[in-house]
Every structure is written in structure tokens, then in C-alpha cells.
Design a protein around this ligand. Sequence first.
Ligand code: DQA
Length: 153
Amino acid sequence: MKILVIHGPNLNLLGTREPKIYGIQTLDDINKSIKALAKKLSLEITIYQSNHEGKIVDLIQNSKGYSAIIINPAAYTHTSIAIRDVIAAVKIPTIEVHLSNIYSREDFRQKSIISPVTVGQISGFGAESYLLALRAAAYIINATRRRPKKKTS
Ligand code: DQA
């Protein structure tokens, strides 16, 4: 089972970017933890980071073959109809992740344009949010596979 992880804008600055809010782990540290857990859960993982909305749209358009997407859309969470639309279009179960609890922050962060087209959102657990999202992805995939087929007659 293949999982696509997408980190949005400015997440490449983790470690030095507002550490009181986002923690001291670098993106590389977080990616290592994601890969280690993916191995334990027997999930194949592909990770991208981009600062560009169109690039993120392209990545999601080209996500055929993935069983789930984990995305931290970062600032695009609050602005991007394009990312919302492509998630709705590809119909791959998508989990939204935030390091910080966006609902305890500035007003403009308290609205996610992305959430309504995701399976769910994990927000506020720092780097651990990604690992919880990976477990959620494994759960969704297993739940979908175990669901008995409907009888046709
Ligand atoms: C973030 C929250 C966003 O509001 C912010 O723009 C980010 C990071 C988070 O992970 O907490 O860049 O998505």
C-alpha cells in the first residue's frame, strides 16, 4: 500500500521557523520518523515538500496508485480552492495534518478550506500529528479492504 505525504509551503524551514509553535525538529527529522513508522506498518511512502500551490495540485493530480494522501497544506489550508478541488477530484482518501492546533491560533487560521474534502484532520500534536495521520491512513486502508462486498442479487 502506497501513501503520498505532501508538506506545503515553509515547512522546509522547520527547526528554525517559529520553534515555539512548530517545534525544533527539522523536516528531515520528521520525514525519518514517518519513514520508520511506515516500515513498521508495511506501508510504502513517498514524501514531497513544495512552496508552490500549482506544484501541489500537480502532485495530487498525479497521485493515481496511492491508497491515501497525507497533506499539511500549511498556509494554503486557509486560501487554496485549487488544492481543495484537486483533492475532491482524485477521490483518494486524504488526511489533513497540522503541527499546531489551528483552532487555538489567529482567526485567519481557524478556517480550513481543505477539511470538508478530507477524511479527517489531525491538528496540534507537533511532529506526532504526522505519525497519527499515518496510523489513520493504515486504519482507513484496512477498513476499506475488510468491508464486505454488497450482494448484487
Ligand atoms: C500549519 C498551520 C498553518 O496555519 C501555517 O500556515 C503553517 C503550518 C501547521 O502545521 O501547524 O505553515 O499548517
